[in-house]
Ligand binder design. Structure first.
Ligand code: ZN
Length: 68
């Protein structure tokens, strides 16, 4: 088991807003994580600013960020 410090979608497009992500911003940054009775919950922010919430490594919620 690797620590869930890096969520790296194999695709080079954001799974949330489908914006092509430049290589240097491709990595998803783990903002925070905590354990709940449901399992491990993680919040990751993509290079495009989207937020995804994962439980036990599965994306359960995604929020695209309105960038102006
Ligand atoms: Zn996005």
């Amino acid at each position: 088991m690797t620590p869930a410090s890096a969520v790296t979608p194999s695709d080079d497009r954001c799974p949330v807003c489908h914006a092509p992500t430049p290589a240097e911003t491709q990595l998803w940054t783990l903002r925070s994580h905590h354990r709940t009775s449901e399992g491990e919950v993680e919040y990751c922010v993509g290079g495009c600013g989207c937020l995804v919430i994962l439980v036990n490594g599965e994306m359960i919620k995604s929020l695209s960020v309105d960038r102006r």
